[in-house]
Design a protein around this ligand. Sequence first.
Ligand code: NAD
Length: 504
Amino acid sequence: MRDVLARLGLAETNPGAYAGAALEGGYAGRVESLNPSDNAVLAAVELATVAQYDKVVSEAARAYKEWRMLPAPKRGEIVRQMAEALRERKEDLGALVSLEVGKIRAEGQGEVQESIDIADFAVGLSRQLYGLSMHSERPRHRMYEQWHPLGVVGVITAFNFPNAVWAWNAMLAAVCGDTVVWKPSLKAPLTAIATHKVCEQVLAKNGWSGVFGLVIGGDKDVGETMIHDTRLPLISATGSTRMGRRIGTVVAERFGRSLLELGGNNAIIVEKDADLALALRGVLFGAVGTAGQRCTTTRRVLIHKDVYGELVPKLVTAWKQCRIGDPLAEGTLVGPLIDAQAVETFEHALSAAVAQGGKILVGGKRVDRPGNFVEPAIVEARADMAICREETFAPILYVMPYDTLEQAIDWQNDVPQGLSSSIFTDSFRSAETFLSASGSDCGIANVNIGTSGAEIGGAFGGEKETGGGRESGSDAWKAYMRRQTNTLNWGRDLPLAQGITFDV
Ligand code: NAD
């Protein structure tokens, strides 16, 4: 463990503010990063002050003035080198993700791979920031749209993707010509520092400083200053709906843009003609993967009444076989929850589910070992139970039988969140119904694969209380740029649009 930290340049106590180099002195207290597998201290971080935050943003604003004028493919070349640097450090960074947030080895490695993938994507994108051209109604006029960078982008990240969510934002923002200031979760500050250092070294080697800044500070001082800061035209924030409501409101009030990636309450519908072996695996990974701590975690499974009696016992058996333990050990499928508070939240949700008429079919207990381990639970539930409408960030799966596909789609949509959804079916008609305008209301709708584990190529995000933002692939890059419409007159007359004459 110490080797991994040392190889990534982490000390026992680390500065919490970086603008090119680390900023010295004047810290606002410290936070210890704990390993959720045993709650031992990994290392400490000195929290940034508001003055240090201010310095980081000033440096990013200074760097922006030059970075925006570097041709986009040249920015892409630097991002290509970052992808290479992340590849070289993938093993260690992935292990750090496992140590700091408890993801199993494969998922820790997978998270860093996602950062590499988005960096590769951004390299190609740097030559494809296309605008449209239009035919003007006026003779000898040319019209087109072009995309310019926005400025300094603020990125606020959740604990559960401490590496990839920043990369989703930063790699796109960088090729778009923006500079970035990152405020990570205080539950995963070490992954942020290590990730920042890997990319910062690449920038320094290319003669750049201030393009990526990092500020590890409290929500009440640094966080609130950041979201009110008019120097940041865009705040991209990933986290709970409670956090998003606050950030969305504050940023809208100052006419900034926000890109919100918030909570999910994702359902899988299993039709009676589904391949049940496939559905079983999809539900298992979706519900138990990352110990239920993904925004796309499967939280509800709606099963056609004709196959309910067959599928549910199979799920229960699979749940009993899940190996819980050290996330870095071979064969472990379920690591710990992030902290003791998360274990309590898990227990409260289960008590509420039982009080509302649910029945625990398997799991639901603390595991008798150090750290924040729980047994993933399956609860037989009804769609109208209040707890089924909430996102509990823990491995609890609510199962319920339904009669008709229409009813299942209604239940699936009848929650405040709208992130991810799936149907398992071999019926073309059922699949298309689910994907139609009268089907899933989520930002992500899948057929015969689960709700989690999205690829970077598509736009990622959700509707309703999930916040409406889109990140990652497709045309999500447009959120990091401003559009400008240009009309050029190369003639010797000045005709007005709509045929208006205005001569004296
Ligand atoms: P959280 O809301 O507690 O914290 C998220 C981030 O917001 C942290 O960096 C936190 O410090 C910051 N923050 C909170 N209040 C702030 C304020 N007033 N000003 C500035 N920053 C503030 O979330 P969490 O527990 O870290 O993560 C879990 C949540 O994130 C879940 O709800 C999950 O669904 C969601 N999530 C969503 C996505 C997505 O893409 N939709 C991805 C990952 C996680």
